[in-house]
Design a protein around this ligand. Sequence first.
Ligand code: CA
Length: 497
Amino acid sequence: MPAALPSRFSPVVLALVVAACALVASGCRTAPDPADRPNVILIMADDMGQGDPSAYNDSSKIPTPHIDRLADEGIRFTDAHTPSSVCTPTRYGLLTGRYAWRTALKRGVLWGYSPALIDTQRTTIASLLNEQGYATAAVGKWHLGLGTEDSTDYSRPFQPSPVDYGFDMFFGIPASLDMEPYVYVDGDRVVQAPTDRVGRSEHRRQGGGGFWRAGPAAPGFAHVDVMPRTTDRAVDFINRQAAAAADRPFFLYLPFSAPHTPWLPTAPYADTSGAGYYGDFVAQVDGAVGRVLDALDQRGVAENTLVIFTSDNGAHWPEADIDAWGHDANNGWRGQKADIWEGGHRVPFVARWPGHVPPGAVSDETICLTDMMATLAAIVGADLDRDEGEDSYNVLPAMLQQPYDTPIREATVHHALDGMFAIRQGPWKLIEGRGSGGFTAPQRREVGPDEPAGQLYHLGRDPQETENLYDEHPEIVERLRTLLAAYREQGHSRPLP
Ligand SMILES: [Ca+2]
């Protein structure tokens, strides 16, 4: 039974809760009947920070009416984390419910010619929902590798490709939009092979036109078209599913390629924010979210659709940008994309499901994007086996604001660009090393003989991670270190059946 009430409730209390629900039906959320399965749309921005949407940051310089609408009509999580502070490992964790550092990828990200990272035998959120009868699609940025060869061969179909992981269809780009080759992929093959070349484009910060690397490209490929074109395909999928198969739910995984570089805002979003090209590009992502919500409204399926909006890591927004624009893309959290500090992986996470998620709710529950596997399984009434979603917790009770035992997660592991780890439990966060592990200098700090070897912060009293308590609390360091070691050795962090 999905989202069962916690065991601490006695039968008498349960009976009272049930009776109260019957009396105050509109005010008491119930677990969904698996026969009444919602459509699911999981939108993930690329490199958007928690301080970008106004729903999280009153002082945001960026108009985000559509993300804010989702927050108004649904729930906003304040302590949601990506399993990594960079793209590929977060995507692996989201789709499989398993930390990517358990694979061969111990640091960094994949590239446009990297082989596939996910084992085709592994359950993904798409294969799980597909087996439950969902029509499934992925549209946007893949960035999980294609094929098995050391350097992907773009002249023939990929094996495996995104459609080997439970998606009925895929349309989008292979990796980040600043990584060659610049092509569209449709299902298991390119739309047009990368037979041309494009030159390098410099970053906007250096006065350039966006930032992308030089390399092979399909004839006529234009980076600026990717956001509108992928959004068109997402809307097409919604329209088609809503029209053709009213009795068949759908799942749309929509990993946008923005606001990651190249920053390429177009009309009507250019010059609409107070945070430059980046802010305008965030506004464009928000506009794309609006197109998705409009499609749901126009097709009359919004009521039976769970829409989740999140990001794959924090914003790439150093202090110099905060100062230059007066906009704090990471909402005051320390650091930025790629870092082990909160700015690297604490992201926006909003969920709307009319009639189930109470509107305007806010949750401080610690959740991780790996939790989508167990949460979606609970929604459709499926059980996970021992080799599925090893790092996934069902956070549906928090999403629905039902009574539940908090915390849901025993602890949460964070992972930075250079492979640095942290583990968070309650207010305590242990970082295995000194430095950011990511883009903020120094990435790794030399540790002297009398200095603490790691970082220990109390996020309750010190949310900005300024006071290292590593030497003051050796017993907490030891407890968290032991737990992290156990998670590594046993191959899972959720309790297995
Ligand atoms: Ca990213």
